[in-house]
Design a binder for this molecule. Structure first.
Ligand code: SF4
Ligand code: SF4
Length: 148
C-alpha cells in the first residue's frame, strides 16, 4: 500500500513573510517573561477553564515561536499541526494585556499569514466549520470582534 504524498510547501515564500517582521517578532519572543499575566485578559482562556493551551503566550510560543525556530526545517505537517492553536484557540480580539507591550494578536496573525500562504487555514471557535468569511458576523453575536 502506498502512503499518500504530502504536498510540498513554498519555503522561500514563508521565509520572506517571517523575515519581513523578524526584528520585532523575535524581540517580542525573547522578552516574554512567561509571567502569564496576559492570560487573565483572554476571554477564550477564561471560557475554557484556564486551559494552558488557551494562554496567549502559549499560543504564540508554540506557533510563531516554532516557525522561527524551525524556519529551515518547516513542512506542511507542522503548519497543519499549529492551525488549531492559531484559529480555534484565538479570535484576534486584542484583549490580551501584556505589561511589556507584547502585541500577541499581531504575532498570531503573522502565523496565520504563513499558513494561509500555503493554502492552509483553520476553523474558528464556535463556527461549526463555517467558512472563514462568515466569521466576523458570527463573532458579533457572542459580543467579540476580530481585529483582522
Ligand atoms: S506576553 Fe507579556 S503578559 Fe504574556 S506571558 Fe509574556 S510577558 Fe507575560
Ligand atoms: S487576541 Fe483575544 S483570543 Fe487571542 S490571545 Fe488575545 S485575548 Fe485571547
Amino acid at each position: 500500500m502506498t502512503t499518500p504524498e504530502v504536498k510540498s510547501i513554498d519555503k522561500e515564500k514563508i521565509k520572506d513573510i517571517l523575515n519581513d517582521k523578524k526584528g520585532k517578532m523575535k524581540l517580542s519572543l525573547f522578552v516574554c517573561a512567561h509571567c502569564g499575566l496576559c492570560a487573565e485578559s483572554c476571554p477564550l482562556y477564561r471560557a475554557h477553564d484556564r486551559n494552558p493551551e488557551y494562554m496567549p503566550s502559549y499560543k504564540v510560543i508554540n506557533s510563531l515561536g516554532k516557525l522561527y525556530k524551525k524556519i529551515k526545517k518547516l513542512d506542511r505537517n507542522f503548519l497543519e499541526e499549529i492551525k488549531e492553536l492559531i484559529w480555534k484557540n484565538c479570535v484576534l480580539c486584542g484583549r490580551c494585556y501584556c505589561p511589556l507591550g507584547i502585541d500577541i494578536p499581531s504575532m498570531i496573525a503573522l502565523a496565520r499569514g504563513v499558513c494561509r500562504s500555503q493554502g492552509i487555514s483553520g476553523v474558528y471557535p464556535h463556527s461549526l466549520g463555517a467558512p472563514e468569511e462568515d466569521f466576523p458576523e458570527a463573532l458579533s453575536h457572542i459580543g467579540v470582534s476580530e481585529k483582522e
